[in-house]
Design a protein around this ligand. Structure first.
Ligand code: NAD
Length: 325
């Protein structure tokens, strides 16, 4: 299945593993790339830009296929030296970057001068048009179904993708709610050049995440996510556990929410410990509505192959028969 995106990125299948805090390590990124998708390391999962350089080298030791680095620009508890992370990405010789969160414009001259392809994740059509205008190469259109930060507009991919088809000239991929071949076929039908999956890749054999977390995600349904930080205009979709419920309870109190009241519950370091130790109520972790479509823990190779085969079958059999009947 060749698309504008597979050609641009030099990958076999139109499937990207999106950046994931604590999940985007070399084990997962290399497994996705070896299976013919695009694996992505998450820059901020590394404590320093130097550690990111080491992780990129470690990943190079595990795959000779293209892989990318995600740089997410959102509120954080400790200030992040974004310029230094961006410079480390350039110095490493990485050729594909996924940016997410705020406008990546300040880093684009650095990336473009280094010949880097920039994929920017956008949760609205106006941000997608802006990304196109400032010189991003690909937009990852992130519908409200997604894990992590869906923005504040709450528009799903059934609307965002056809809007992107009407208005964008640069290629785009569908992100949020994708986890099977039906999703890939539907995304291609709505003009996307491929799909981006995060939550689905968390539930694979190679994901560096405790088995108890993966099993909880298999057991969960599409109803098992919570939207936290709504009151702070930094909405995040996370797995519905007791910590998420406590955050929502604090946010529902009268008067404005102070981030300080919820910070001890949500700090990223607890999410990392949760992934390592499997204590499901240690902190919060991002998860999308696609939980409802996840019922196994395959290898990345098995997952990617089955998604592509299912999509090809839908397109060549069911859809083809509909128009040739
Ligand atoms: P962290 O420990 O610095 O913060 C924990 C959480 O609190 C994050 O979700 C962060 O957005 C939020 N937060 C921090 N300061 C805030 C403030 N002043 N007001 C409102 N919310 C605030 O973050 P981390 O877990 O180490 O993650 C690092 C970065 O990666 C964060 O910016 C986080 O948002 C981002 N992230 C993005 C996604 C995504 O969907 N793109 C998923 C996970 C994490």
């Amino acid at each position: 299945m060749q698309t504008r995106m597979t050609e641009m990125l030099g990958i076999k299948h139109p499937i990207i593993q999106g950046g994931m805090q604590w999940g985007g390590l070399a084990e997962l990124a290399s497994a996705v790339s070896n299976a013919g998708g695009l694996g992505i390391l998450t820059a901020l999962t590394q404590p320093t830009p130097d550690d990111l350089l080491k992780e990129i080298e470690r990943c190079r030791g595990m795959t000779d296929k293209p892989f990318a680095v995600n740089l997410t620009i959102l509120p954080t508890i400790k200030p992040v030296p974004y310029e230094e992370y961006a410079q480390a990405i350039v110095d490493s010789g990485i050729k594909i970057v996924e940016t997410a969160g705020r406008n990546p414009e300040p880093y684009l001259p650095l990336f473009k001068d280094a010949g880097i392809i920039v994929i920017h994740k956008c949760t609205s059509i106006r941000h997608s048009l802006k990304a196109q205008k400032i010189g991003c190469d690909v937009v990852s259109v992130d519908g409200f179904e997604c894990a992590g930060h869906p923005g504040e507009d709450d528009v799903t991919n059934m609307i965002l993708l056809p809007l992107a088809a009407r208005r964008l000239k640069i290629p785009y991929v569908a992100s949020g709610g994708l986890g099977d071949g039906m999703g890939l076929a539907a995304a291609l039908a709505m003009g996307a050049e491929g799909i981006n999956m995060g939550t689905r890749f968390m539930v694979t054999k190679e994901a560096p995440i405790h088995d108890k977390v993966k099993q909880a995600m298999v057991d969960a349904s599409e109803l098992d996510t919570s939207l936290i930080y709504r009151t702070l205009r930094n909405t995040a979709r996370v797995f519905k556990n007791s910590v998420a419920e406590r955050v929502l309870e604090i946010e529902s109190r009268d008067g404005p929410t102070s981030f300080e009241d919820i910070q001890p519950l949500v700090q990223g370091v607890k999410g990392r410990e949760l992934f390592e130790g499997g204590d499901l109520d240690k902190g919060i972790w991002s998860a999308g509505m696609v939980l409802g479509l996840i019922d196994d823990i395959p290898t990345c190779e098995e997952l990617i192959t089955s998604i592509v085969e299912e999509a090809e079958e839908i397109i060549s059999q069911r859809l083809n028969q509909l128009v040739s009947a």
